[in-house]
Design a binder for this molecule. Structure first.
Ligand code: SAH
Length: 248
């Protein structure tokens, strides 16, 4: 069986228990070496074959995974959660075509780890109930109708992947889309790794404050990062719901 597993954001104990148990009985692990913490490979048993996919093509990855016996445990280890910028769909489609069974084991995304590092909640009542996950167009294009400027017009909480190398342009676009220059913004570099860095600022100060950070970072934007909000209804003493009567 082939397993696509989310490795989590970095720290080796942030993989799921299910993911770790599968690594412990893996015969082959193909890991995304540019981002997955190699410490996770210490869960693999002796004799497990390990391949770094950083220098491999889709074809080579599929060939490596499918030349094993079908009763062996093959792990394709992706950073964070594989459903976010993980390029797993094309692998799953190829496996379907070739008749190989697979399962996906979710992981902790770096967008969760970054919020934890900032002690932040994306969905704050009275501020925003929406999280926009996106990126700047780079060598991989983004559909025109999803350009940052138009997404910014919602004023929602935003988690921007793969964009820190274009931070000046990103902040300009966010402001052009309607965020005020003093909107809180942060860069979280290598969340949960030993060299994690957290840089807080505003859309106008962040590019200077985060100068020098070129990759493996998220840019978070929105009022959820600081400032006023409303209390949640769920824990409000005057509010009744399915599990609790309002206090008189
Ligand atoms: N599937 C991954 C994202 C892969 S795309 C996930 O769920 O997190 C790679 C991008 O993710 C990086 O360019 C960076 O923007 C972000 N990223 C991955 N790990 C990170 C980490 N530990 N800290 C901050 N950003 C990270």
């Amino acid at each position: 069986m082939i397993y696509f597993i989310g490795a989590g954001p970095g720290a080796a104990d942030l993989i799921t228990v299910r993911g770790m148990r599968l690594l412990e009985r893996a015969d082959l692990v193909v890991y995304a070496g540019s981002l997955v913490n190699p410490e996770l490979l210490s869960y693999c048993p002796k004799g497990c074959a390990v391949m770094n996919s950083a220098s491999m093509t889709l074809e080579a990855v599929i060939a490596a995974m499918t030349e094993r016996n079908k009763d062996e445990t093959v792990v394709r280890l992706h950073t964070g959660d594989p459903s976010i910028y993980g390029a797993i769909r094309e692998q799953m489609d190829e496996l379907d075509r070739l008749g190989f069974a697979y399962e996906v084991v979710p992981g902790v995304s770096s967008m969760n780890a970054a919020a934890a590092a900032l002690r932040a909640e994306y969905t704050l009542p009275g501020v925003s109930q929406t999280v926009i996950v996106s990126r700047m167009a780079g060598r991989t294009p983004v559909p025109e109708k999803e350009n940052i400027r138009s997404l910014a017009s919602h004023g929602a909480s935003m988690a921007l992947f793969l964009s820190v190398s274009m931070l000046d342009k990103l902040c300009e676009e966010l402001m052009a889309g309607g965020y005020a220059p003093d909107t809180p913004a942060a860069v979280v570099y290598k969340a949960t790794w030993p060299d994690e860095k957290v840089i807080r600022g505003t859309l106008s100060t962040l590019p200077e404050a985060a100068r020098g950070i070129g990759r493996t970072a998220l840019v978070l934007v929105g009022g959820f990062l600081s400032g006023p909000y409303d209390r949640s209804r769920l824990y409000d003493p005057t509010f009744s719901h399915m599990f609790r009567e309002a206090e008189k």
